[in-house]
Design a protein around this ligand. Structure first.
Ligand code: DAT
Ligand code: MG
Length: 138
């Protein structure tokens, strides 16, 4: 009915663990189309804009630190309801309780750190998808 685009990030933990291919595989196996792909180590400026909603939260600094610690893979994916659909295959934010079958549930766990290293980011609404795609794929 309405084709959407979303921003997906394979976070530094996912890239470092060699899981980029597996995560891209799951996106494509679900039937979504990858329409943009880039690898970069994000600046703090880019991450501050990306995570502006979390500024001031206790995990904010560790989050920026972690996300700028190495390369990420930024993915623009397209499909019907892809925003909701990718959040569903990503699983819950906390990888310890993310359902088996999801990316975070199958491949992630708690590493005892101040920030949850949970392998992927996915936009959570049409508004944030538009905003985030503008930041990462301008
Ligand atoms: P999501 O990535 O599922 O959209 P979010 O937007 O609420 O979750 O948070 C952004 C990231 O910040 C999340 O992927 C991991 C980290 N984070 C969120 N809540 C946290 C918490 N309570 N403790 C540690 N890290 C957290
Ligand atoms: Mg979020």
């Amino acid at each position: 009915m309405s084709t959407e685009q979303t921003l997906i990030l394979v976070k530094p933990d996912g890239v470092a663990r060699g899981l980029s291919g597996e995560i891209l595989r799951r996106i494509e196996a679900k039937g979504y189309r990858v329409t943009g792909l880039r690898m970069l180590t994000p600046t703090r400026e880019l991450l501050a804009a990306h995570y502006e909603e979390h500024e001031g939260k206790p995990f904010y600094e560790p989050l920026i630190e972690f996300m700028s610690s190495g390369p990420v893979v930024a993915v623009r994916a397209e499909g019907e309801r892809v925003i909701e659909g990718f959040r569903s295959i990503a699983g819950a934010t906390d990888p310890t309780v993310a359902a088996p079958g999801t990316i975070r549930g199958d491949l992630g766990r708690d590493w005892g750190l101040a920030v949850q290293q949970n392998l992927v980011h996915g936009s959570d609404s049409t508004l944030s998808a538009e905003r985030e795609l503008g930041l990462w794929f301008s």
